[in-house]
Design a protein around this ligand. Structure first.
Ligand code: CMP
Length: 140
């Protein structure tokens, strides 16, 4: 197994609920190391650029409004098979389908307000990490 990095976002619903510490504890318990982290209040344009791949989807405007509603925490997680491991810890996109003990089952309110984002591949992780972090901000 290879050591990888993945991009994680703790979304506005989870920051508003004051769950960032509890969510970070779930990452660390799963063996993921937080090697970069910062709290940002995204503009709608910044959220839109990040989620550009979804720009044709019916939920795109709602998604960009939500992601710029209040602060988020963006982070780089590192560990063995970090992309897949993070997706396991997050649970299914729709919290109604997420397994017990996952972040989304524990904290998420709906498919739109689903508490966390995680990269879906190592290739996208590299692109998404570069969107938010300079190399010197990542300290493994
Ligand atoms: P995320 O993993 O951040 O990637 C894209 C996001 O779009 C996804 O999580 C959801 O929050 C959101 N999304 C996906 N499907 C829907 C939907 N049907 N309605 C609203 N938001 C959605």
């Amino acid at each position: 197994m290879a050591v990888e990095r993945t991009l994680s976002i703790i979304k506005p619903d989870a920051c508003e609920g004051n769950h960032t510490g509890a969510i970070n504890a779930m990452f660390e318990k799963a063996g993921l190391r937080i090697v970069a982290q910062k709290r940002l209040h995204l503009t709608k344009a910044q959220a839109g650029k990040f989620y550009e791949v979804h720009s044709e989807r019916g939920f795109y405007d709602e998604l960009c409004e939500f992601m710029s509603r209040s602060p988020v925490v963006v982070q780089v997680l590192e560990g063995e098979s970090a992309v897949a491991k993070n997706r396991d810890v997050m649970g299914a996109t729709n919290p109604e389908e997420a397994a017990e003990g996952t972040i989304r089952k524990t904290f998420a309110k709906s498919i739109g307000e689903n508490s966390v984002h995680g990269s879906d591949s190592a290739e996208n992780a590299a692109i998404e990490i570069a969107y938010f972090f300079a190399g010197y901000e990542i300290v493994g």
